[in-house]
Write a protein that binds this ligand. Sequence first.
Ligand SMILES: [Zn+2]
Ligand SMILES: [Zn+2]
Length: 230
Amino acid sequence: MAVEPYEGTYGRTVTIDVCHACNGLWFDGRESLLLAPAGVIALFQSMHERHATARAPLVPGNSCPRCGGRLKETSDLMNGTRFSYLGCPSDGRFITFFQWLREKGFVRTPSPVELAELKARVKQVNCSQCSAPIDLATANACAHCQAPVSVLSEDRISQTLEQLSAKQAERDALKPARLAEAMMLKHHIDHAWRREERAAGLRRTAAWGLGFRADPIDIGLGLLLRAFRR
Ligand SMILES: [Zn+2]
Ligand SMILES: [Zn+2]
């Protein structure tokens, strides 16, 4: 695991152990609560950049990197969203980036209407956690790792960006309209899809036989970060 520093609240630095091979994050104690909005965006960036090579979902039976004890599979609810992680009662937790996004409310399960819209546009998406293909005609969750099909939560992300822009208003020159547009589900599908298809030659995910990775979360984060850098 790589130790990466992120901006925390009150000028602190939060160091997070990141496993890019399994898309996993280790949080000591309550570290996860201490990330500042800028730290959250930087973590999005780090995970998005390496997502193309990250595949393996977490497997139970791993041991705690601090005490060596066996990590326990735990499931929890936050604002109605279920998420799971591997926890050590005394040291912290190991959580996939996807489950962390669920815990923090950055992603949500699409409404029945949104899901119908998604199905009308694409037959298959890739699991946001393990990249396995999900056939939308027959499933709303991944058959390999059980991660539910999810989309970015516009409200929660906008909130984070607002907190950030309040602090760094001039410097970052955020374009709210573009961001809002980038996060809309329609945009995910119509524009990003075509762009990803065009880029397919560069980013083949041959293992699953797809020319591009149709992961709504990763595509959404890509658009968000691109808009953010402008
Ligand atoms: Zn431990
Ligand atoms: Zn999966």
